[in-house]
Design a binder for this molecule. Structure first.
Ligand SMILES: Nc1ncnc2c1ncn2[C@@H]1O[C@H](COP(=O)(O)OP(=O)(O)OP(=O)(O)O)[C@@H](O)[C@H]1O
Ligand SMILES: [Mg+2]
Length: 291
């Protein structure tokens, strides 16, 4: 049993190789109780692989991980008891209703009939699905399907919830409702580990963010801290041939001084506050959503 203060997820040099590809390489990170932790990275970065190891669905090639104090290799059943998982792809039975899917999960966790019924009604209400409880999953919109997946993953009151791309493909309004649900869960004491490739999601929702790129952790911290490290202000310069350059500064004054030093033939100049996307581009030389 490994538990240091309130660290509820610990990974040490966690690596996973699929033939020639290192899906993740030497990943060391900590997630603290009560956090919403965001794992941000582009397609193929290694986000799902990390979640699959932490939720005991696959084994690492090397390195170790502990979830809620339990080693994922030595005590996988203990890990599973204390976590909920919402996978990246629809993991519910499409032909069954929301209630029936929840009923199935509750039986898997050996709830008695009366407790099952109470818990399911409580959760349906919590995620705002009471009126859709008797609709089959395939008749629901993408947003409601995801709510149903969250409800199923919460049946056994897990302390940590893993959400793999909880809002991918959802419209802006539905995405924000999902954010509200995640925030409410977190306020009710659930630690959240989520993956996303939406920078604004990480910035809006997460207390701390880990940026993963080509299987490696390239930044870790609060979004504001990452921006501060790079420079809180960005000067965007567009030159004659249309190429755009970015430079980062700790203060607006220094940024303004820099602008004064630019040659007069630049086409456009803009000073703005830096964001997480700037951090990502600065660290990797590419945008987070690019394939
Ligand atoms: N079962 C597997 N067999 C072979 N290669 C795999 C397997 N699972 C993942 N990979 C490879 O490992 C790398 C990381 O994949 P992973 O699914 O963890 O990325 P991801 O960040 O979740 O991407 P996405 O945003 O597309 O979901 C990719 O190069 C992927 O092709
Ligand atoms: Mg994935």
């Amino acid at each position: 049993m490994k538990k240091v203060d309130n660290e509820v997820i610990v990974t040490e040099e966690l690596s996973k190789r699929y033939s020639e590809i290192w899906a993740i390489k030497d990943l060391s990170l900590r997630v603290f109780s009560g956090e919403i932790f965001g794992f941000l990275g582009p397609n193929g970065a290694g986000k799902t692989t990390t979640i699959r190891i932490l939720t005991t669905l696959t084994k690492p090639t090397s390195g170790c991980a502990w979830v809620n104090g339990f080693n994922v290799l030595e005590k996988p059943e203990k890990v599973r008891e204390s976590i909920g998982v919402m996978q990246q792809h629809l993991s519910l039975d499409r032909d069954l209703t929301v209630r029936e899917n929840m009923e199935l999960r509750a039986r898997l966790h050996h709830f008695e009939a009366s407790e099952r019924k109470r818990r399911i009604e409580e959760l349906l209400d919590y995620v705002g699905l009471s009126e859709y409880a008797d609709r089959s999953i395939e008749m629901l919109s993408g947003g409601l399907q995801r709510r149903a997946m969250v409800a199923c993953s919460l049946i056994h009151k897990p302390k940590i919830l893993f959400l793999d791309e909880p809002t991918v493909g959802l419209d802006a309004h539905t995405r924000r409702r999902m954010w509200d649900l995640i925030r409410r869960l977190n306020a009710d004491g659930v630690t959240i580990f989520l993956t996303t490739h939406y920078i604004e999601e990480a910035e809006a929702l997460c207390h701390r963010v880990g940026i993963i790129h080509l299987g490696q952790l390239i930044a870790l911290g609060e979004p504001s801290e990452l921006r501060r490290k790079m420079g809180l202000y960005t000067v965007v310069t567009v030159v004659e041939n249309g190429n755009t350059f970015y430079k980062y500064f700790s203060g607006r004054d220094i940024a303004t001084e820099y602008i004064k030093s630019l040659p007069s033939n630049v086409k456009a100049i803009l000073v703005r506050e830096s964001n997480l996307e700037d951090v990502f581009i600065e660290l990797t030389g590419r945008g987070v959503s690019e394939d």
